[in-house]
Write a protein that binds this ligand. Sequence first.
Ligand SMILES: C[S@@+](CC[C@H](N)C(=O)[O-])C[C@H]1O[C@@H](n2cnc3c(N)ncnc32)[C@H](O)[C@@H]1O
Ligand SMILES: [Zn+2]
Length: 596
Amino acid sequence: MGAENKTDEEKQNGDGTLFDLNDYTIIKEGDAEILMHAKNEVFYNKTQVNNRDMSIAVLRTFISQRKQEHEAMLARRRTKAGNKVPDAKAEIPDDSVQHNGESKDGSEVLEDTSHNESCSKPEEETKNLWGKGREELKPPRVLEALSASGLRALRYAREVEGISQVVALDNDKASVEACRRNIKFNGSVACSKVESHLADARVYMLTHPKEFDVVDLDPYGAPSVFLDSAVQSVADGGMLMCTATDMAVLCGGNGEVCHSKYGSYPLRGKYCHEMALRILLASIESHANRYKRYIVPVLSVQMDFYVRVFVRIYTSASDMKSTPLKLSYVYQCTGCDSFHLQPVGRTVSKNNSVRYLPGFGPAISQECSDCGKKFNMGGPIWSAPIHDQEWVAAILADVKSMKDRYPAYERISAVLTTVSEELPDIPLFLSLHNLCATLKCTSPSAVIFRSAVINAGYRISGTHVNPLGLKTDAPMDVIWDIMRCWIKNHPVKAQPSDQAGSVILAKEPVLQANFSRAVASLSKAQAKKVARFLPNPERHWGPKLRAGRQITSKHVSLLGPKALNGINNHENGDGSNHEDDEEPAAKRKKTEESDS
Ligand SMILES: C[S@@+](CC[C@H](N)C(=O)[O-])C[C@H]1O[C@@H](n2cnc3c(N)ncnc32)[C@H](O)[C@@H]1O
Ligand SMILES: [Zn+2]
């Protein structure tokens, strides 16, 4: 471990020139060590250890899943070969084995599957893999498109077994110099596996189509300008890992900016961080669709001050037709907490054929059936599952089996545990505190509320995004009936009759809620007292400015005032704070009708 010959005070830069080690501090994370110059001119944020650890965990699982998929594909191939002589496709020479896709010059050709051995798609996607030379699964190549000091690239190369090469790009000369210096500093494994280039990541990715098994995007702020080229650079069945730290945009601070960057309108609900994940996924899917490709999310997390998604990318013109079924508009009531989803598309099946049609609408009437107020419309968001629970279980098991290899073990295992308990098919969530604030009532405990939902015949779970969020398939009228029943035993003061809460409480409940404790009212992790949410480890745990910039009052809007006054923050970019959700109900900010 550590750099080779690093006792010398003078070391060589990547280009062979000498530098003085005394000007640098050595930062160690995982098995990698990087040199940080006193001037701190290259981006480094230690908060991102969670991000890097989670990515390493996903990368390890990706490598083992890919191997299993390849073995399964070979087994299927052997079975087929035993049953019949390969068909005409099997005779296509290796280099021209292709799916429907588009060539570099834009002409319609069959898709290149030279990296397709790893596809998890069943028969229909792997059928073209017949042919010689398909036995071997090449070790994955990773592109760290925005690498700064190269810490992430170095960790991938040194810590993840089975990676053949990591290409680290940056368009900033100082960053590339630092990266090259760090590669050398990390010794022979790093030198043999990591290469650093001064390049605009967009150009590089466009000119290396389907060449990388994993592409990692970790930009300052929004990844939007990199998405179009990134989705083209990932091999079939490969993975795109993408961070977005522009939470103020994704969470509804400036809806029009979000629309221009991501093609979706955000809404300012308590669920805004999950909506941010779903807006990012919808945007990646939209870019992928332009190239007859589509995504399959394996893990999507909101941590610290950013969102990070891990999606696999496949090419299939026919599967791509299902995209509108995976997207929805969201209607958020401006008066109460009711929200409703309207799918963008639907299918009609007749005999053996499926037709793809626009979704039926409007899904709801103009006025909220609960409180009578109007709706804001957001989206379209990704409304299909944002995680693959089998992957999540595999990642979590892998992380637990290698605790010592993850500096952020406690944090990432807590996030993965909470993710593993989320209802997979329920987009967005309710906030019990918001429901109570609307009705101006005292809050039932989460266990009591969850019990009432379960006793009414519905499912309910927590969400990794918010310790107080609740995902449920219970419709809003059932939720309000549960709250009406609660208030019968916990009366509230009379409010003006035009208030949303008064309108809701003026109706008698149809459902008689049963608040007796249901067995499943605590999640398995809660019952076992396994950590699900952790406080930040230290002060100033949050986003960082671009390399070389000083924090000034101008940045308060970006980082939040706490970045300046040194108070510990747990902000989520939009200024909301999970642990602060205990705020008095009356202080809660509601979606304004004027927003519409
Ligand atoms: C947030 S930092 C990356 C941090 C790094 N991934 C890590 O984990 O330490 C973003 C980097 O992207 C680089 N960058 C910005 N635009 C770029 C572009 N068009 N092409 C290549 N690099 C770019 C910046 O110079 C910066 O070093
Ligand atoms: Zn309403």
